[in-house]
Design a protein. Structure first.
Length: 201
């Protein structure tokens, strides 16, 4: 367990995070997931994600994150934003936004005050923005059993037969949501039959 110490009135998150890398995995709806990485710079999550976007994805970005913690270490308020530069952004616009961000109230305080994402946009852009779309925030994994079946078929007939003989079942956990999928002997037999068919064609 890592105990967070206070540094200049704020939790020293960098102490807990330490050194390492940020790995970002995206499902671009192609054959394989896309993963890219960037070295952790400070251990402060917002700063490190801003560095990741700039260094790895070549998108100049500002990331604001904040957590307001009570004395009992419960979370009172938390929120954040990601601001990314679009092609064609004027230099004077970029300079103005950088100046605003440098003087802006911490995100955790704004959330604690009841400010909405639209309120934060109002502050960052000084009212010069157009809201194009609103999306509900949710976590939903797109994994399903059929997806793992395709992966198991790629193991080949011999490997599937060995697994059936030794373990009598296959249990797989999704690396993103930890959902577990179990294949019994009958299901493994179906996979073996399909794999054999592919190998003989």
């Amino acid at each position: 367990m890592v105990l967070l110490q206070y540094n200049s009135g704020k939790l020293n998150v960098g102490q807990a995070v330490g050194n390492g890398f940020i790995h970002v995995t995206k499902d671009l709806k192609v054959k394989a997931m896309f993963t890219s990485s960037a070295a952790i710079q400070t251990g402060e999550i917002a700063e490190d994600f801003a560095y990741y976007f700039t260094a790895s994805e070549q998108i100049p970005s500002a990331v604001g994150l904040g957590v307001l913690v009570e004395e009992d270490n419960s979370v009172k308020a938390a929120g954040g934003f990601i601001l990314q530069i679009m092609p064609g952004c004027k230099e004077e616009t970029l300079t103005r936004i950088e100046s605003i961000l440098g003087k802006m109230t911490p995100v955790s305080e704004m959330v604690d005050e009841g400010k909405t994402p639209e309120d934060m946009l109002e502050i960052i852009t000084e009212g010069d923005f157009q809201l194009l779309e609103e999306l509900d925030l949710s976590y939903k994994c797109n994994c399903h059993k059929e997806k793992f079946e395709r992966g198991l078929i790629s193991l080949g007939t011999d490997e599937l037969k060995t697994i059936k003989e030794e373990d009598h079942k296959i249990e797989i956990s999704c690396q993103f949501c930890a959902e577990k999928y179990t294949f019994n002997e009958d299901e493994i037999d179906k996979l073996i039959a399909e794999t054999t068919k592919k190998e003989t064609n």
